[in-house]
Design a protein around this ligand. Structure first.
Ligand code: 5GP
Ligand code: ZN
Length: 124
């Protein structure tokens, strides 16, 4: 289900170009156009869901899949938590899902931010 005027639906449909790093039947992952950190990926479900708050019990598997995929993609990009607290740079990553204007959400198609790299990061 593609929502008219949804920029991420257009990216998923290939109508707007993006730097894609991963895709499968459920999700597409591409680089954020205005990265807040050295690594800034956006993971979006192919199906248009506006916000985390709109997710239903039947979306449990999708959300779980997204969370389990995030560390794999971060590691592929060179940001794997190796458990050594002395080594900070590149040692781990952050996931963020903004919800509603109060949560800083600007694009109303569910997306998981994956951020990593040397700080400071830009405000997002
Ligand atoms: P939000 O504030 O909704 O959590 O995050 C939306 C993110 O989408 C922002 O970090 C913004 O830079 C990114 N973004 C907005 N438009 C585009 C676009 O056309 N292409 C890509 N790759 N990222 C976008
Ligand atoms: Zn959409």
């Amino acid at each position: 289900m593609t929502h008219d005027n949804c920029i991420f639906c257009k990216i998923i449909a290939g109508q707007i170009p993006s730097a894609q790093v991963y895709a499968d039947d459920d999700v597409v992952v591409f680089k954020d156009i205005n990265p807040a950190a050295e690594l800034h990926l956006l993971m979006v479900p192919r199906r248009h869901i506006a916000t985390l708050q709109d997710c239903q019990p039947e979306d449990q598997a999708l959300l779980g899949k997204m969370m389990l995929l995030a560390p794999k993609l971060a590691a592929e990009q060179g940001y794997r938590f190796d458990g050594n607290a002395l080594n900070v740079e590149g040692n781990g990553f952050r996931v963020v899902m903004n919800t509603g204007p109060g949560g800083g959400q600007e694009v109303y198609h569910l997306h998981l931010h994956i951020l990593a790299g040397p700080r400071p990061w830009k405000r997002m």
